[in-house]
Design a protein around this ligand. Sequence first.
Ligand code: HAM
Length: 429
Amino acid sequence: MASDRIQTPKGTRDFYPADMRVQNHLFDGWRAVCRGFGYEEYEGPTFEHLELYVGKSGEEIVGQLYHFKDKGDRDLALRPELTPTLARMVNQKGPSLRKPLKWFSIPRLFRYERAQRGRLREFFQLNMDVVGCDTVAAEADLISAAVEMLRRFGLTADDFAVRVSSRRLLSEFLGRLGIAEAAQAGVYAALDKRAKVGEEEFRRLLAEQNVTGDSAAQLESFFLCRSLSELSALFTAPSAGEAAALGELRDLFGLLDGLGYAGFVRVDTSVVRGLAYYTGIVFELFDKGLNLRALAGGGRYDSLLSNLGGEPVSAVGFGMGDVVLADLLGEKGLLPQGRPGVDYYLVDLAASGGLPRPELLSLAQRLRERGLAVSYSLKAGKFKKQLEEANEGGARRVLFFGSDRAPAGQYEVKDLVTGDQTILGEDEL
Ligand code: HAM
């Protein structure tokens, strides 16, 4: 009985061949752009020691961990993100790795989230990171790559935008409001949750960190800035720290404008990011309909490596999930259609069930040796059945094996795309 059958666990997916075609399309596009920007691929384990995440990634993601004890009584967790693994790996090799590193990876990640549109419990996420570059050249490179990726998939400036802010500037601003550094993480968490929890709960969370009255109003004026000039107007007499953080934003926009990305990138101080370790520029990519959650998010995390016991090495990167991206591409009709069928499907005109003929098998073998994709009916059934199989499999051409219209050593071939029928020698195939 169907109702008794075991289903996939909540928030996970099966990838049938049609789903894998979509997945491979995303991964191929991601890999091509990463390589085009000179990033190298790496990978880590799917589970790590629990302590790699606790106290470093922030309370939201720790609350979503799949953690367990193994048979040796060790506390382990399925990875909810790759950044701590990257930091651990770089720390492990220390100075033997030549910096700056430009690395990418496409990990499978696990978060115990409330499963909903765009949010699953198991998903894939492209990660691109630069380790050991402390100027915004790294941010500019990463944001350019993220924009190019989405353009490669067919999206335009009408479809998505990159919103950029600065944790460093926000931290300076909170300092100005007299909010001690220890309380700032709580404020970031409140700001990041704002849209999710609603205004009343947001105010309550801020009040928990003693941000009320005039401080709350001033914070709001920061939060509303949508351009560099609005930020400059807010910081009329900037402190040295504020001036440096503003300078970084200006430099980054200077580089991105020069690359022609002005139409894609804008200041948006409401971007805070949920993860605790960001220290500088932060950014998120959104679809312009704003129907979906963020397509990607990232930023600078200059203290994570040293917090995990390594040398103080600067780092910046972003993650782009497969779920939201596939949803958006599907909505815009930009996902690949049809099947990537074989070059030749060999139809045996003399077949009537039983095993395929050895002559047909050796032709298939010779063609495959030349790099062609070749298939034939494993059941060697009636002509009509074989043709149906060729069509359903998306074959580009059918070769009629044993056709009396072709002289010895030649083959009758039909192009299923154009309908053209020709006689070809084996090396012309
Ligand atoms: P994040 O903002 O947690 O950042 O995730 C980045 C992207 O991953 C999101 O914008 C979204 O597309 C996707 N994503 C996150 N959670 C889920 C989920 N439950 N289901 C589907 N997609 C999801 C990070 O993970 C950082 N470690 C990124 C980073 C890399 N920062 C620096 N380097």
